[in-house]
Design a protein around this ligand. Sequence first.
Ligand SMILES: [Fe+2]
Ligand SMILES: [Fe+2]
Length: 455
Amino acid sequence: MGHHNVCQDNILFNSMWFKKKEEKTEEDHLFTKSWMDKWEENLNESHDFKKKAVKWNERIILKATPVSGPFEELDATGIWINIQYGKCVEMRYATTEDEPVADVIISADLHTWSEIIHRKKDPTMYIMKKRIKLEKGSLVMLSTKKKAVISLIEQAPSSESYLPEKVVNLSEKLYDKKDQKREYKTTGKGLDFDSFPMQLFQKAKKYGIWNPADISFEQDKADWNQLDDEEKNIILHLSSLFLAGEEAVTLDLIPLIRVVALEKRIEEEIFLTSFLWEEAKHTEFFSICMKEIFQSPSDLDKYHGPFYRTLFYQKLPHALNALELDASPTAQLKAAGTYNIIVEGTLAETGYAAFEKMLRENSIMPGIQEGIGKLKQDESRHIAYGLFLINRLLKEHPDERYHFENELEELLNDATNIIFEIFQPYDQVPFGLDQEWFLNYAIKQFQHRMNRITF
Ligand SMILES: [Fe+2]
Ligand SMILES: [Fe+2]
């Protein structure tokens, strides 16, 4: 019974994911007029700020140096904030003329401001660490008003949409001067055979060498002809999602392999050769099914709904191809989160469960069942590598975690919306498939992955 309750809770919890993400408004963009208005409104509605800033009277300029982004277009230098007795009496763009009358001027580049605002950081700490500059005013005074300062920042509408990323260009890595003194690991200290990627590679050579062309689909063809139209439709529907999905992960993996290679992580690259080969084979497997069992229907992308398209036509390729221009830890985490955690670890896993329910439970189509069984084994290595990569990145860059988790939360929303979208056209889903069961299954898969992110 306890287990039953957990499921119920999950369904309730899930319902929050169904909501479509609202369109981004101007408020979502940092440093815009409406964003400032919202910040002012938040401050004046906040009891916390009122309490902590009750003895605080200060005209503050949060200055952007160099002047860039929205400030540049408006000839502004930053944001003017006038605090009087716990109330924000004025918030607007600042100009150079405001500087002589300001009590406090704090300057930082836009990236740092975005980080402080988005991550709710304490600006006084940034001043002390010399990451931002106190151009005017006293640090001692700010430190004594620390709680008010933090509350001021906490009330700022948080947003990632103006968070310029720190770009690490791949070509910089490529033309790294140190390459002149390149060392080859194999002729130096040697490959690390005990490393996790090498262990995965040993498994890949053992279990990943199956051949889709060796699978017999004779019984599958006979079973297919016995199905009614609705049943055929749902099998084609799910197959078409897998077909494009496998092609997408085959097309999109290369930029990640390239980053790993340029970082000279030879053991990881060795494993990734099997990873890419297996994805190619999965694409081949579903293509063979289409041809041999389903007689090559041509308009399969009619099954790709808007949410599916957002993830597989846009977000996945963008997240991976972005690595060509930006190989920063932030960008790598986004790529691995999208690819390994959401596409492979959440959606693909749920899709296999659907196939298993349809085919295994009805003892039909043994060829597809066999292929899916092999595919699942391959995927478990891919997901394991993804988790290894994410843990490695987060261990080296622990302050990325917050941003990464936010990213994943949005992606999980995309994934659950896709499941929702799959079931929408059916009044009665063939083979007794149940939407809630799958949503729960997907969330559970996601939770398993999250539990294995340990940093
Ligand atoms: Fe795959
Ligand atoms: Fe995969």
